[in-house]
Design a protein around this ligand. Sequence first.
Ligand code: NAP
Length: 256
Amino acid sequence: MASSSSSSTNLKIGIVGFGSFAQFLAKTMLKQGHFLRATSRSDHSELCLNLGVSFFSAFRDVEAFLGADNDVIMICTSIMSLTEVVKPMPLHCLKRPTLFVDVLSVKEFPKNFLLQVLPEESDLLCAHPMFGPESGKNGWKDLACIMLQMPCGEHDKMAARSQFLTHTIGRILYEMEINSTPMNTKGFESLLLLKENTVKDSFDLYSGLFLRNRYAKQELENLELAFNKVKQKLLDKMIYDQDIDDSMNNKERERN
Ligand SMILES: NC(=O)c1ccc[n+]([C@@H]2O[C@H](COP(=O)([O-])OP(=O)(O)OC[C@H]3O[C@@H](n4cnc5c(N)ncnc54)[C@H](OP(=O)(O)O)[C@@H]3O)[C@@H](O)[C@H]2O)c1
């Protein structure tokens, strides 16, 4: 996927859910010479027309979308809407065994669900691209495009302690309304950037990282514990400081 030159194996790729991440992927896949179809809840027909993607309404044309000759069907819905989108799909309309690829940012949940509902003869690749419209806005060149293979549970454990934590801190900073000052340090500039990047992703995406990853709740609790620990250390220091102050004042009074 990292190469933008057209290859001899151009694929027919059907995309389910044509939101910001799918649009981002589509631009590169089109450059690579693949043929794209998309189906989505919202009407993205005009955008698709401009890009050169065939658009099928999720309400009227899903049968035609599935019945078309797709080599790969890529599932790019929000984490929270996956079951709502895929369950009612008339998968019997598929013409042949198809490779399904899901790109959701959690992995155990889509794997378990998709293995239940997809036709037995389908293949399933559960993937989590570690980049998106923000990190890839200046091209794919320096992005993490190597494939790391791991069990879905291991992915979720790691993602809860990295990606979910990052998004949570970014959202906390947003709630605190931190803004640029005339005396920003480099560290503070990193926090501002984190805040800005985090809230560009939908809240639907963020809540999915929490609700559909069984390791995320523990990390939220770890964060709270760590916050309280740091706070307590400062409060202890405050009491110690006050004690020193009081004893110095007493000595001063005794001298006078
Ligand atoms: N953004 C990233 O950097 C990134 C990176 C890696 C993986 N991902 C994964 O890629 C997927 C898409 O992410 P995203 O950034 O585009 O934003 P998102 O808010 O997670 O998902 C938006 C997509 O979900 C669809 N959707 C939302 N609610 C729906 C509902 N009730 N019924 C039907 N469709 C619904 C939207 O359809 P309409 O557009 O038709 O309304 C749109 O296609 C997510 O699973 C995310 O975890 C994202």
